[in-house]
Design a protein around this ligand. Structure first.
Ligand code: NAG
Ligand code: NAG
Ligand code: NAG
Length: 396
């Protein structure tokens, strides 16, 4: 599959106008002018931090320029609020230390910023390979956190465009309490043996757009935690990885609902799941509603459609059920191949059954095994329309 990430002329125009709308010219802060050296060996943390402080405190809009070259960088927090909007123009590579840095939760954190652009065609190299063996939180209660490549905490009106994130130590991008963030033509890559390298994770965030991007990791391509609302995902090539997940939910009290999520025009290739909603059992109360998956192609995917309300990865599930209520979930025009026999698996909670599940034009064949694809349902109410392969099993 060939995909291109050229910057369309229109985007360049938008970039220029975004940077210059209030001012004749945005001020440029070239990290080399702050003592940075792009030799792959010098620690440039102070230079970038100084450039940030200059840009953030200057009046009007600013550009922080990372020129061609490989810039080694330690963990850094870039904190606002700033006086104007900031563009991060990454032409070269930012490279993390290759040591695991156990117990540090970030490589680059952006916090309290309104108006941020990250672009330039450059590379974020998380150098994760020495860290992945330490990512044992599934098994080890006392595990230490590993750095997320980019964290966005309390950031609004940001556009992350035309950058590559490679070999993160932990998640590639994490959004917390964000608003109006667009990811576009972002290329996220980590090899198959890298645990927990989710592509983009979000929680407590609204109006998030992720489009025209390729995501290949060993964990979720995109995962949506509590409080994800009005999320639009389109044009994603996901795989390998665990697919796109809502949840897991119900693990904490007072979780905000996950609602108004739209995934469209996307492909899953060789992933463990494609469209998944998972909640713990037992669980606290929670809500998942108004979710649409539409125009999706799956190829050699273990679980193309899966609602799993008995998600208990680290221990045996308790007989107590999940209290997360799932309603109004539509699967429309989903086709391709499943590598397991159960291509549609809708396993809802006996305590709060799923309602308003809609299956419309589903055509999933089994590949490999030669068996016939089937559906499995528990406590799942809804209706099926149009083509149905495998035969549906929803209750009225
Ligand atoms: C994404 O980045 C990786 C690593 O640089 C590269 O091998 C791959 O070709 C890129 N994919 C796309 C779709 O640009
Ligand atoms: C969303 O953020 C973008 C910057 O990425 C900005 O151009 C746009 O105006 C914002 N939209 C709203 C509704 O504020
Ligand atoms: C998904 O696959 C189809 C058919 O191969 C292709 O036309 C389309 O461009 C792909 N979409 C993405 C987002 O990769």
């Amino acid at each position: 599959m060939e995909r291109r990430f050229a910057i369309p002329a229109l985007s360049l125009l938008m970039l220029m106008s975004a940077l210059t709308s209030n001012q004749a010219q945005a001020r440029v802060f070239d990290i080399n002018d702050f003592g940075a050296v792009g030799d792959g060996k010098t620690d440039n943390s102070k230079a970038l931090s100084d450039a940030w402080n200059g840009a953030c405190h200057s009046e009007g809009n600013s550009v922080i320029l990372i020129p061609s070259g490989t810039y080694l960088l330690g963990p850094l927090r870039l904190i606002g609020p700033c006086n104007g909007r900031i563009a991060f123009q990454i032409k070269g590579s930012l490279k993390a230390f290759d040591s695991p840095q156990l117990g540090i939760d970030h490589w680059i954190t952006f916090r309290y910023i309104d108006g941020l652009l990250i672009t330039g065609g450059g590379l974020l190299d998380g150098q994760g390979s020495a860290s992945w063996q330490h990512n044992d939180c599934q098994k080890n209660k006392d595990c230490q956190e590993l750095p997320v490549t980019m964290r966005f905490d309390f950031v609004s009106n940001a556009w992350i465009h035309h950058v590559t994130s490679l070999n993160s130590k932990n998640f590639h991008f994490n959004l917390f309490s964000c608003q109006n963030i667009t990811f576009e033509q972002v290329n996220i890559t980590a090899p198959g043996e890298s645990p927990n390298t989710d592509g983009i994770h979000m929680a407590l965030s609204t109006n998030i757009f992720i489009q025209d991007s390729a995501i290949a990791t060993r964990d979720d391509c995109i995962s949506l935690g509590p409080g994800s609302e009005n999320i639009h995902i389109t044009g994603i090539a996901c795989g390998p990885g665990h697919g796109i997940s809502i949840g897991s939910l119900g693990g904490s009290p007072n979780e905000q609902p996950v609602t108004k999520v739209f995934l469209r025009n996307s492909n899953f290739t060789g992933t463990m799941n494609a469209m998944r909603i998972k909640t713990k059992a037992p669980s606290y109360q929670g809500v998942v509603s108004d979710i649409t998956f539409q125009d999706i192609i799956v190829e050699h995917v273990d679980n193309p459609i899966i609602i799993d309300q008995q998600y208990c990865p680290s221990k045996k599930c308790s007989p107590q059920s999940s209290q997360v209520k799932i309603s109004n979930v539509k699967f429309i025009n989903i086709r391709g191949t499943s590598s397991s026999l159960v291509a549609v698996n809708i396993n809802c909670s006996p305590a709060v059954p799923c309602t308003g599940i809609e299956l419309r034009d589903i055509n999933l064949e089994c590949d490999g095994s030669g068996g016939k694809a089937s559906s499995a349902c528990a406590n799942a109410k809804g209706a099926a329309y149009g083509t149905q392969n495998p035969p549906p099993c929803l209750e009225k």
